[in-house]
Write a protein that binds this ligand. Structure first.
Ligand code: ADP
Length: 447
């Protein structure tokens, strides 16, 4: 049994995990950098340990300090949240060597899914549909042959990829060699690894991802999908569950393919299998072996607390539900509230002078900020998430409009005004958008 969890993260996700621990009667340890000494997750945890100066590499990514904090406080498990060390196989190995439970999958599964080529091969072998592409690494000398086989346009992607870096489109043969060399040098700069691979470039796909949870013993469930097509620079801005593009049969079919794959893999913990979806077909792009930012919309439509499930399976307690017991109910939308200019997305750290969070039926605000809180400039600009649930998509959208009007965050710029624009847009009302929609919209409506 797990009795004390150290939360190796900050911000809204540290608070989110802390809430789940409290509900399960598990003691909590917060860790923080010197910049976060006044943060909400530090105030609400049972104990806290300062693990270093503001830069992430010296604090939230400092494995030695985090392990030391576990030893000092007697924490028997670590929840990594998302980002930071959540997909770091070495961290999972080190915790294991210290007899500390990592609340997540095995280090081997993190490694397999962390490399895009082995992830794709594994997905394919487990029966998951993948994007047509190169069998392995693409080199400048074999790029043309492979691209002709796949058919233009093609996308060159970094094997070690993340955050959309090291990705280049080649529309035709003329553009190919430059796309390959730029992708390789970008990949080297970003990940210290210049390996790239090639995929068919899909021109108008939606981004649809399936939530799974496994117990590590061969039992696994899926919790439906999320549509995260509204993105800018490959970063999600607005997410929905269910996808406006799928019907029940399609949902259950892709969900069952994913759950079945996780059973075969004996996957442990929560994970997300990401697809591009075009013309009725799904194409695997990657699997994230952790909790995602947008997990609350899945919780809203299923009533299942994903962090509770993560902790249960990590402590050997199994899943709390079987697939047949899961009931999908209504529609949920999440808006990511970033401390950024709503048009240019330039970060806007500073002090929040007024803060009023909305409430009422079907409204959830996951945020670690408060009036008077000074946002440090060192970290991700996500300061909160607004999650709205309704019995239908129409009810959910009406509720979201009401809630956006109530939300007040003053003193800094936030992305709230963008959502007020989107809620009044006809394409959004119709659920009619693909992964390029938002960038096109921003370009069209720029002054
Ligand atoms: P990363 O790990 O760098 O985020 P992903 O493989 O998850 O890379 O892709 C990120 C985004 O890039 C996707 O959500 C999609 O917008 C775009 N993308 C990825 N692969 C393709 C593809 N084959 N065709 C078109 N767009 C793609």
């Amino acid at each position: 049994m797990i009795s004390k969890i150290l939360i190796a993260n900050r911000g809204e996700i540290a608070l989110r995990v802390l809430r789940a621990c409290k509900e399960l009667g598990i003691a909590t340890v917060a860790v923080h950098s010197t910049a976060d000494a006044n943060a909400m997750h530090v105030r609400l945890a049972d104990e806290s340990v300062c693990i270093g100066p503001p830069p992430s590499r010296d604090s939230y990514l400092n494995i030695h300090q985090i392990v030391a904090a576990c030893e000092i406080t007697g924490a028997d498990a670590v929840h990594p949240g998302y980002g930071f060390l959540s997909e770091n196989a070495k961290f999972a190995d080190i915790l294991d060597a210290h007899g500390i439970t990592f609340i997540g999958p095995t280090a081997d599964h993190i490694r397999i899914m962390g490399d895009k080529i082995t992830a794709k091969e594994t997905a394919k072998s487990l029966g998951i549909p993948v994007v047509p592409g190169s069998a392995g690494e693409v080199l400048p000398e074999n790029a043309l042959e492979i691209a002709r086989e796949i058919g233009f346009p093609v996308l060159i992607k970094a094997t070690a990829g993340g955050g959309g870096r090291g990705m280049k489109v080649a529309k035709n043969e003329e553009e190919l060699s430059e796309a390959v060399s730029t992708a390789r040098s970008e990949a080297l700069a970003a990940f210290g690894n210049d390996a790239v691979y090639m995929e068919k470039y899909l021109s108008k796909p939606r981004h649809i991802e399936v939530q799974v949870v496994g117990d590590g013993e061969g039992n696994a469930i899926h919790l439906g999908e999320r549509d995260c097509s509204l993105q800018r620079r490959h970063q999600k801005v607005w997410e929905e569950a269910n996808s406006p593009a799928l019907n029940v049969e399609q949902r259950m079919k892709i969900g069952e393919i994913c759950a079945d794959a996780m059973r075969k893999l004996k996957y442990r913990g929560a994970g997300t299998i990401e697809f591009l979806y075009e013309n009725g077909e799904f194409f695997f792009i990657e699997m994230n072996t952790r909790l995602q930012v947008e997990h609350p919309i899945t919780e809203a439509i299923t009533g299942i607390d994903l962090v509770h499930e993560q902790i249960r399976v990590a402590s050997g307690g199994g899943l709390s539900v079987t697939q047949d017991e899961i009931v999908f109910s209504g529609h949920a939308i999440e808006c990511r509230i970033n401390a950024e200019d709503p048009r240019t997305f330039v970060p806007s750290p500073g002090t929040i002078t007024h803060f009023h969070a909305p409430g009422g039926l079907g409204v959830r605000v996951d945020s670690g900020v408060y009036q008077g809180y000074k946002i440090p400039p060192y970290y991700d600009s996500l300061i909160g998430k607004l999650i709205v649930h309704g019995r239908t998509r129409v009810e959910c959208m009406m509720r979201l409009r009401r809630v956006l009007d109530e939300f007040v965050i003053d003193g800094i710029k936030t992305t709230l005004p963008l959502f007020q624009d989107l809620i009044n847009n006809q394409d959004i009302a119709n659920g009619d958008y693909d992964i390029h929609w938002l960038e096109n919209y921003l370009a069209k409506t720029a002054e």
